[in-house]
Design a protein around this ligand. Sequence first.
Ligand code: BT5
Length: 324
Amino acid sequence: QSELRKELLDAFTNAGDSFLSGQYIADLIGCSRTAVWKHIEELRREGFELEAVRRKGYRIIRTPEKLTADEIRLGLKTKFIGKNIFYEESVESTQKIAHQLAYENVPEGTVVIAEEQISGRGRMDRKWHSPKYTGIWMSLILRPQIPLTKAPQLTLLTAVAVVQAIEEMTGLIPEIKWPNDILINGKKVTGILTELHAEADRIHSTIIGIGMNVNQKQEDFPNELQTIATSLFIEKGEVITRANLIKHIFANIEKLYFLYLDEGFFPIKLLWESYAISIGKQIRARTLTTTIEGKALGITDEGVLQLEDQHGKIHSIYSADIEL
Ligand code: BT5
């Protein structure tokens, strides 16, 4: 059943503004004209707006407001990212579900997306505020054949993909704060959380969590986030269609991921540096055990931050919170 729906939606996508005749659809998915009509009615019930014109057929004029896996699939041009979507109304955390799926060996590129997370999380078990219908809360499973030490590169790659997607959709130009914050006007609009399953020193799966504030209004944020968080709506003043944004993110991650597999981290690093705010500046890095102040020199080919303290000693920072 869902295969048929997918075929139908793909056909509408490929048709663009043109109409698809009932007979054409019937032949395509191998069913009767009556069954076609039933499928169309079902799409209507789910919020698709379809135009039907005698002797011409059908075309989709609007997709539903709620984020659905179908809406994301409609027009998605990637080869593998987002081809397999688990969409949930409400979950504890999409990371948790993705971890489970990764164990079950789902195909690479599988994504878990939820409208709401009850206990969304950041790094070190910090909370991630994920209210219903207003943001993008999703986890992507990738299986690159790279050693464990290179895993942080995927966080940086994802950050570049997200920044570019925001730029393409809104014209806003976000900045990246090492390693995983995306900021607009100094406030956090997106956080990325990369976790992994590994055997020996090889990666089995990486689970890349992306949390993006899209349509929240200022008053939607809890007190503790008021001064540090923002959304695309707040910055742009327009409601952004989440499904389109997700498609841009998928397409960009896939493009950069292929580039990464072909040419390594270097081209990604250059892109990342062009969006990074902390490089060349005096910063404070709080790691689990200490705080180091110094000048951020850049990142290594591994994605490790290099910090030069006042004595000229260079520290390699693998994981930390950065204060500017
Ligand atoms: C992150 O952690 O920035 C990673 C966030 C990853 C969230 C995604 S959503 C989909 C997937 N499923 C999950 O359960 N998680 C991932 P970190 O750098 O540790 O930042 C956490 C801090 O950001 C918190 O302590 C708050 O100060 C702040 N914060 C929490 N919610 C926020 C929000 N919606 N917008 C901006 N900042 C927020």
